[in-house]
Design a protein around this ligand. Structure first.
Ligand code: BES
Ligand code: ZN
Ligand code: ZN
Length: 497
């Protein structure tokens, strides 16, 4: 898909479809088309009872009034509620409509009113993201007919006023990278677990190193090396699987580095639960359990293209959680890299085990901040639903930074507490910690408290993305399946650091 910005007026644009927008109760006579055609628009809008509400749309045939044959007007809802998130959504809706109408070249008019509340760069960024993310489908395994029926938009022209075009273009460039990085992650999560093995994730990381032409260095540690480093918790989880575990480390260094940031992603390539096996229903979507790892890889994909002035170390402890004669048993005791011992009482609470070694590994390097992304607990979904990630942090400044980046990118996060009093719930009778809590409630919190045991005193944010990493029902911007959650928040954060 190619994006262009142009200052050309509508009556000179040739496309398959023109997209305009109207706020609720807006006077359509002010739309920027010629006066005879505007009468047609007003008549049709009255007939169709188009009021400009969110979700409403109007299709109009231009019959020679414009070089473009078809025009749609989409409702934006109340002007005072309009923000970058609504912009991405309505652009995604426009894209879907265009695809349904089989338009290959579309022109979208950026509305002047948007620039009153949103900065010009952000409008450019959000418009590209809306088109790219809204038009995404995972069709790799579909038949020819369905693939061909899915009309791909070749060319998107954003029409912008001349005084804004330069900042708008800068935003567009960022939007392009952020969306391709998100799509890179979506594709990885949507692939079945038979493909995305730990070895495959390691290969993807090495491939990123190669295409980066030297800006990203990648090192993959095999089982023996991980053992030498003392990663008993990670290796414990991996031991039931025939797939060899891979401890993957990516390093990016920009010019004029301001800070070193560590990113850690949960990389369970399939979570059966192990001997504490999941039900068939709960296991069905468990290829998603490497979404944190896929997000880290997506961020590196973005870093290669954006080249921000930061240093980033990305860590993925990749393995499969399988039951077998070699599998971890409930009651087994593991020793993590930082020396802490863990009694494993439920082999399905495996994410915190692999993360304990990944976090210990990065903490040793004393980065300025650690951010982990993990599809860690069903409890977080119970608390916040499918669209919002839980956010825990031990440093208010970092928490605020990540929240701000998430808000800018339209990924929803909500801060949750790290209460010291709950630490008792994960104390073991026989080891330093146990991997499940005493009692039924607050499971996402005790999981976060468990992770905190491995970050030393380094500013750290934990994102439990169990809900938003994978959509079971489609939304405007995200079809069913992997969402790429976390990629845009992290890249936005690293860009603004
Ligand atoms: N990978 C799951 C968490 C999960 C559940 C992610 C649903 C996405 C959707 C994790 O490893 C897990 O199984 N957690 C258990 C923890 C429990 C045994 C303490 C859970 O949430 O049930
Ligand atoms: Zn599990
Ligand atoms: Zn898991």
């Amino acid at each position: 898909m190619n994006f262009f910005s142009k200052t050309t007026p509508l009556h000179k644009i040739e496309a398959d479809l023109v997209v305009l927008f109207a706020f609720e109760d807006e006077n359509l006579e002010k739309l920027p088309v010629n006066s005879t055609f505007i009468n047609d628009i007003v008549t049709v809008s009255k007939k169709e009872q188009f009021l400009g509400k969110t979700g409403e749309s109007l299709v109009i045939y231009t019959r020679g009034a414009l070089p473009t044959y078809k025009l749609i007007i989409l409702g934006l809802g109340n002007e005072k509620d309009f923000d970058a998130h609504s912009l991405r959504n309505v652009i995604a809706r426009a894209t879907k409509t265009a695809m349904k109408l089989k338009a290959k070249k579309i022109a979208i008019l950026a509305k002047e009113e948007w620039f009153r509340t949103l900065n010009t760069m952000l409008v450019g960024q959000a418009m590209v993201e809306g088109v790219s993310l809204g038009g995404y489908r995972f069709l790799k395994y579909k038949g020819k007919e369905e693939k061909e029926g899915h009309v791909k938009i070749d060319e998107v022209i954003f029409i912008v006023s001349p005084n804004k075009i330069s900042a708008f273009d800068n935003g567009m460039q960022i939007g392009k990278v952020l969306s391709s990085a998100t799509i890179y992650t979506r594709d990885l999560v949507n692939e079945p677990a038979m493909v995305t093995t730990p070895t495959f994730l390691a290969e993807k990381a090495l491939e990123l190193g190669k295409v980066s032409k030297g800006t990203v260095g990648v090192k993959v540690y095999a089982r023996d090396e991980a053992k030498k480093m003392g990663m008993g918790a990670f290796l414990g989880v991996s031991q039931g699987s025939d797939e060899p575990p891979k401890f993957i480390v990516l390093r990016y260094k920009g010019a004029g580095v301001k800070a070193k940031i560590a990113l850690v992603g949960k990389g369970i390539t399939f979570d059966t639960g192990g001997l504490s096996i999941k039900s068939a229903e709960h296991m069905m979507t468990m290829k998603l359990d490497m979404a944190g790892a896929a997000a880290v890889l997506g961020v590196f994909y973005g870093l290669i293209h954006l080249k921000p002035n930061v240093e980033v170390v990305g860590v993925i402890a990749a393995c499969e959680n399988m039951p077998s004669g070699k599998a971890l048993r409930p009651g087994d005791i593991l020793k993590a890299m930082n020396g802490k011992t863990i009694e494993v009482l439920n082999t399905d609470a495996e994410g915190r085990l692999t993360l304990s070694d990944a976090l210990s590994y990065v903490a040793k390097e004393k980065p300025k901040a650690i951010i982990d992304m993990a599809t860690l607990t069903g409890a977080c979904m119970v608390a916040l639903g499918e669209e919002i990630a839980g956010l825990w942090g031990n440093d208010i400044k970092l928490t605020e930074k990540v929240t701000k980046a998430a808000n800018l990118s339209g990924e929803k996060v909500w801060e949750m507490p790290l209460p010291k009093e709950y630490k008792d719930l994960i104390k073991s009778d026989v080891a330093d910690l146990k991997n499940i809590q005493t009692g039924r409630y607050g499971g996402a919190i005790t999981a976060a408290l468990f992770l905190e045991e491995f970050v030393e005193d380094i500013p750290w944010v934990h994102l439990d993305i169990a809900g938003p990493a994978f959509f079971e029902k489609e939304s405007n911007l995200i079809p069913k399946g992997g969402s790429g959650f976390g990629v845009r928040t992290c890249l936005q954060l690293l860009l603004d650091y």
